[in-house]
Design a binder for this molecule. Structure first.
Ligand code: WT7
Length: 645
């Protein structure tokens, strides 16, 4: 078996860290032996409760039920803002760095409090009440942070939709959770280009009759159309709003937010998170996985449209009274040194990004890194997809100059916060491994019969005890949550990932075992892309698989069968690509489209994706048994014309 080099914890780092290896082992042991005692202590230490809970944890995975700190009352915005005011009101809460390197602002906890309270009152004035859903379709501007926190202040449930999603995708999400209020901006700015967010909202709202208020931030002043019946300027509403707004005290299990994510079947699911457990695990992992100390500048590059942006750009750092950096731009604008320039400019101590960004920057050349100092950096992190050891070593040696531990954090939209992760002062690192479970997390590897694999081995990754920030439901469809996560292996939460465990108990994620793609750290269902393709009149059938891609991790490979009488052409391919962009967004563009006169099917008509994946990956020596195919000659044709040779 491949044995990676191990990087021990630097002695000095361990001495100053919150948690060293002995402490990790003892705390982990306590967290699984007596979870109720362990988590009660953490919930006291990390959060402020308006009323104590009556029960720490109750769960029944067979019914897809979990409850943490039931009976307890708290408010997320009060935990992220108000309770810090007495000691650090003047301290920076959020450093905002614009797309333009000249553009930045610092927002103190006092200012954050004022803006969030005002916006909370604005939402109230638009009729938003506890439990109502609010859609946030915004660029990475400071108002996006205000919007999320303002929702939590009044107990509204936010549903942030990534600004890269198309009007069609936005419409589906607004309708699914019946949002009646939307917050957006006239335009977004990324890499020197504008993104027509308000226009997109206009297109979506044509099909969303229940939306009565669309609150628009003037980001660029660009030309937009205006509908007096529901469009409202953010700055006009804020001018009149009072800065007094008492937090709404929420039950720990009240819903906090919905975030849509893709699965192997059907439309994206609205993953529902609840209040107390989510905030606790976000805060605790932020402190321990990044070894966050008071005053550290923490930068998570994720957009708030993804769960990483929720837990680590916003909620975790603010719950800890930290300083968090929010970046509007992209890694390669004005040039490929931008990340490192920003690290120097704001003296960033902890930097957290995705492997796909690192691979792209690695390709741009080391001189872009070397032009910066990066002396402020202490800890580096990655998230979103497996990191190849080559990119890991580059991050470690070139970016971190061998000084900074790398935390490779494995988790999911559904898990809410880190599940497998090194703790920088405790865990010896192996490049490519997310190492060991966080406190309270009980991972298991299951074989195809659902039996737990002991010791070193490889299998399907599942979790056998509830954790505070776990998914509570799929919005509007609890049965779908049971079917998706709790039915494959009764009694376990099934992650959809495969993993290997080595002799030291370290986990190595091998990737999804279902029909979910991970393209540049963005998750997409193959079924979603196929549904978009078959909308085209010329398409009889489409099958989409992933294939290894140097920068994106996975690329999108589409096999398309045309209707009788249709002729293949580049113009048609472009129409297919446009259709995916329209239905989903630019992230769903197929990289390769192969004409498929036929698809490999079993005699019962099921597409054999295993074979399509092998062909797309150019692994043609290991196609496996094709004798059960209805027409094995289909494979020869596809093989001869494959596009990734
Ligand atoms: C899927 C979850 C977690 C926030 C960002 C993505 C993959 C995530 C890692 C990692 C290997 C990883 C998994 C997982 N993934 N982190 N450190 N190593 N794979 O959230 O969109 O819900 O995607 O991303 O396949 O299931 P998401």
């Amino acid at each position: 078996m491949f044995e990676a080099k191990t990087h021990p914890v630097p002695t000095e780092f361990a001495a100053n860290a919150h948690i060293n290896n002995e402490q990790y082992l003892a705390m982990y042991q306590a967290s699984v032996a007596t979870p109720d005692i362990f988590w009660a202590e953490q919930a006291q230490q990390f959060l402020s409760w308006q009323q104590p809970w009556t029960s720490v944890c109750e769960f029944d995975f067979k019914k897809g039920e979990a409850s943490w700190f039931a009976g307890g009352k708290l408010n997320v915005s009060a935990n992220c803002i108000d309770r810090h005011l007495a000691t650090r009101g003047e301290q920076t809460a959020i450093i905002w760095e614009g797309d333009d390197p000249e553009d930045n602002i610092n927002i103190s906890y006092n200012e954050l409090h004022e803006q969030v309270c005002k916006l909370a009152n604005v939402l109230k004035s638009r009729g938003v009440k506890k439990g109502d859903r609010v859609c946030i379709y915004m660029p990475m501007i400071i108002e996006a942070a205000y919007a999320m926190l303002a929702c939590t202040r009044i107990g509204a449930v936010h549903s942030v939709v990534f600004g890269g999603f198309s009007p069609e995708a936005l419409k589906d999400r607004i309708l699914d959770s019946d949002c009646q209020v939307v917050l957006t901006a006239d335009e977004g700015v990324r890499g020197g280009k504008t993104i027509p967010l308000k226009n997109n909202v206009d297109s979506a709202l044509a099909h969303c009759p229940n939306v009565h208020s669309n609150i628009v931030v003037a980001r660029t002043g660009g030309e937009i159309s205006w509908d007096e019946s529901h469009d409202l300027w953010y700055h006009e509403l804020m001018e009149q709003a009072s800065a007094d707004c008492e937090p709404e005290w929420m039950d720990s299990e009240d819903p906090l937010f919905i975030l849509y994510t893709s699965g192997s079947t059907g439309k994206p699911k609205g993953v529902l998170h609840s209040t107390g457990g989510y905030l606790l695990q976000a805060a605790m992992t932020h402190k321990y996985a990044f070894d966050y100390h008071d005053g550290d500048v923490f930068w998570c590059t994720a957009d708030v449209g993804w769960v990483t942006g929720h837990s680590y750009t916003l909620y975790g750092p603010l719950a800890n009274g930290g300083i968090t950096l929010m970046f509007e731009g992209v890694p390669n604008y004005p040039d490929a040194s931008r990340f490192w320039q920003v690290c120097d400019k704001h003296q960033v101590n902890i930097f957290y990004t995705a492997p796909t960004a690192l691979r792209a920057l690695m390709g741009a050349g080391d001189e872009f890194v070397r032009s910066s100092s990066r002396q402020s950096l202490k800890v580096l992190g990655t998230v979103g997809e497996p990191i190849n050891p080559e990119a890991w070593e580059w991050y470690y040696n070139i970016v971190g100059e061998g000084r900074c531990p790398i935390v490779d954090t494995w988790w999911q939209t559904e898990t809410g916060a880190h599940m497998l992760t090194p703790l920088p002062g405790a865990t010896a690192l192996k490049p490519g491994s997310a190492t060991r479970p966080f406190f309270g997390v009980q991972p298991v590897l299951l074989d195809s019969e659902g039996k737990e694999i002991e010791g070193a081995g490889e299998g399907n990754l599942a979790i056998k005890h509830s954790w505070p920030s776990q998914i509570r439901s799929v919005y509007g469809d609890h049965q779908r949550m049971i079917d998706t996560y709790f039915s494959t292996y009764p009694g376990y939460y099934f992650t959809g990932d495969g993993a290997r465990r080595d002799q030291d108990g370290y986990y190595w994620i091998t990737g999804r075992v279902d029909d979910v793609l991970n393209v540049s750290g963005h998750r997409m269902g193959t079924a979603e892309i196929e549904s978009a393709l078959v909308l085209h009149d010329a398409v009889a059938e489409a099958a989409v698989v992933g294939y290894p891609h140097d920068i994106k991790g996975q690329g999108i490979y589409a096999y398309v069968t045309l209707m009788n009488g249709q002729q293949p052409s580049d113009a048609l391919k472009q129409e297919f690509i446009d259709l995916c962009v329209k239905e989903i967004g630019p992230i769903a563009k197929p990289d390769l489209i192969q004409w498929a006169p036929g698809l490999p099917k079993t005699r019962s008509g099921k597409i054999m994706r295993r074979i399509l994946r092998k062909l797309a990956a150019n692994e043609v020596d290991s196609l496996g048994d094709t004798s059960t195919l209805a027409d094995p000659s289909v494979v020869d044709e596809l093989m001869a014309n494959r596009l990734n040779q």
